[in-house]
Design a protein around this ligand. Sequence first.
Ligand code: NAP
Length: 227
Amino acid sequence: MKHVVITGVSRGLGRAMALGFAADGWAVSGCGTDAAALASLAAELGPDHHVQVCNVTDPAAVEDFAAAAVARFGPPDLLANNAAVINPNKPLWEVSAGEFDRVIDVNLKGVHHLIRALLPGMIRRGRGVVVNFSSGWGRSTSPEVAPYCATKWGIEGMTAALAQELPDGLAAVALNPGVIDTRMLRSCFGQAAGGCPSPEEWAKAAVPYLASLEARHNGKALTVPGM
Ligand SMILES: NC(=O)c1ccc[n+]([C@@H]2O[C@H](COP(=O)([O-])OP(=O)(O)OC[C@H]3O[C@@H](n4cnc5c(N)ncnc54)[C@H](OP(=O)(O)O)[C@@H]3O)[C@@H](O)[C@H]2O)c1
């Protein structure tokens, strides 16, 4: 059985991926910080998967989550670094230092914590794919989301450099998921997000696409097809 580790499974794309991969026969390990939402997902997934409260900004909590996931299912075949936050819409000079810190801590440092905790085991086993969630705003920019843009451009650079370090058999890719109606999109687009696909519709295309990624994709900046 293949094993996927997904961060940020309490809602949005992460939750839809968790359910989609489980339906396709994968073992799913997922984390987030919203305990009630995670309990609801765990109940829906059933006992053959691992869901744990874990804040990706806390390296010790990430170590604990990763150790529990690996103990149950072995090193992941796929690590989906999906968890992220966006700053409330405002010009950069009005963003507080604390708001900027939070976006950096979750979107960039959180990804690094997962990579440190899980990639050595994947390398020892000689296979696995790391998918770091980027954005259209990792390849272009818009006003009022500068901190978020900074982190997603950072994801693109960090992933490309990581890809140059990996041994044969492994891959690291940056993935633009598309534009999907989630709480994050509502934060920046408001009601206009309602015209976008739901996470469940997105997952129907995204899960098989993610499952198809392999070593030959190493270093690529990808977009979910059709999104
Ligand atoms: N929706 C889009 O159109 C779109 C477009 C481009 C890129 N993306 C990217 O796609 C990914 C998923 O976005 P989404 O739209 O699904 O966002 P979302 O609905 O806001 O969900 C974000 C998820 O991340 C988790 N998360 C946030 N901070 C966390 C932390 N410190 N530790 C652990 N988990 C944390 C949240 O869980 P808790 O609340 O439980 O912590 C939640 O499950 C993100 O990387 C986003 O940047 C989305």
